[in-house]
Design a protein around this ligand. Sequence first.
Ligand SMILES: [Fe+2]
Length: 478
Amino acid sequence: MSVDFRGHPMFPPGFNSPTRFEADVYDCEVWGEIPKDIEGTFYRMQCDFEYRPPENEWRTGFNGDGHISRFRFANGSVDYKGRYVKTDRLMAERKARRRLYGVYRNRFTDDPSVAHLNRSAANTHTYWHGGKLFVLKEDALPWTVDPHTLETLGAWDFNGKYTATSMSAHPKIDPVTGEMIAYGYQAKGDLTDDIAVYTINPQGEIVKEVWLKSPYLGIIHDIAITQKHILIPVIARTTSLERLKRGEPMWEWNGSLPTMVGVLPRDGDAKDIRWYKGPARNTLHFLNATDRGSKITMELPTSDGERDPSQIRRWTFDLKSKRDTFGEEVISTTPGLLPRMDDRFLSLEYRYAFLSSRDPSRPADTKRAPGMGPFTSNVLQRLDVRTGELRQCFVEPVQSLQETCFVPRKNAKDEGDGYVMAIASNYESMTSDLVIADAKHIEEGVIATVKLPFRLRSGTHTNWFPQSVLPPIKDEFV
Ligand SMILES: [Fe+2]
C-alpha cells in the first residue's frame, strides 16, 4: 500500500503537508545575535502524519503523530534536534506500513488489531518535572523522552499511582512549591464524566488525588491554579456515544450549553468544589489565575461563539456571593488564542501576557498560508493585563507566527525580564524560522532569527526549561 497524501482535504499542497522526517542541525544558522544570557532548551511539539488519515478527520489535525523539536541555547549558539515520539501507535503503524487509527479520539474507527494498544499520539505539550520530560496528549497517560537526545523512554503512570486513564496536556507547575497539579478528564475511559486531579511533589511523587464529576461531557483542555485554588473550566464542546458510533471525531460545538467552572480548594476534597456558570464561550486555554481576598480572577483568550474573533478577558469568581455565576470583562480585543506568561509568576500577581497575534493594518501572507486565515499571525505582542497596554513587534510579511513562549533572561528575577520566542512559518523560503525579541523592548523588533533549512508543520505547544533544571549535557557531536 503506497503512502500518498494527494487530494486529502487536510493537506492542501504547501506548508502544512506532512514532513515525515527527523533531523539534527548542529550550530544552526542565525541571522542577528543571540544573547548569551539565553541558556536552556526551547521544546516544541507538532502533529505529523506517517500515514494518510481518514477523510473526515478534524481539519485542525490534532490526531497526527507527535514530533518533538528541541532548540538548545548556550553561549549565543543553538543546536536543533527533531524526533518522533515512538508511541505504540506510531510503531504499530510503521510495522503494518499503513494507517491503523481512525479519527480524533474515536476507537470505533480504529483497526481491530490496535484495540489493546495505548492510543496516545503524544503530540500536544511538553513539561519537565520531577526529573522527567513529559510529552502529553489529553486522552492518554504521558509519554516520557530524554530531554537532550529526545529518545523515547516509554509511557509513565507514576509507579502505578496515577489511576486515571488520561492526563491532560496542560498540567500546572506551582513556582512557589514546585508542585505539579495534573488532571485527567474522561478519566475512567472514553465518555466517562469523571475528572481526577493530582498533586505531584517536586520529586515527581503523587501526594494527593481527588475524583470529581463533570457537570456535562464537555472538553476540559486546560485548567488554572492560584496559590489556594484549582479552576476547572468545562467548555461547550461536547460529544456522545451516538456521535462516535457515526464515525465522527470526538467534539462538536454546542452553543446552547453553559460554560461551567469548578473551583476546588487545593487543600480540599471533592465535597469542597463549587461550580460557577456562564454563557457558552469558545476557549481552550487559560492564561493565569490569582487569589484576591474573597475573589479569584482568571484571564483567558475567548470568544462568544465558534467563529467570533478571540479577545483577552477576565473572569471573576466571588467566593462569598451566593450567586452561581461568574463575572466577565474585556481586557483587550487583540486576537490570539495562545497567550503565554512568565511562568515564574503562574498562580501569583502578574502583569504581562505574551502572544502571537494579527495586526490587520500590517500585511500577512494569507495566500501562501493554506487554511490559516485569521490565524496568520504577523506580530509578537506584550499585553499588560492590568492596564491593557499593548506593545508589539512585527515580523516579516512572509512569516506566520505560531505560539509564543516567554524565556527568562539567565539569573533575572523581575517578571518579564527576558525574551519572547516563536516558530514562524516562512512562506517565501518554505522553511521554518525561530524568531527572538527582547520582551522588555519588544517594539524594537526581532533581535535574532534561527534559520532551519527545512519546514516544520504548524505546531501545537512550546515550552522553555533553563539548563539549570535540566540534566547535564552529554553532547554527541563534540
Ligand atoms: Fe492546548
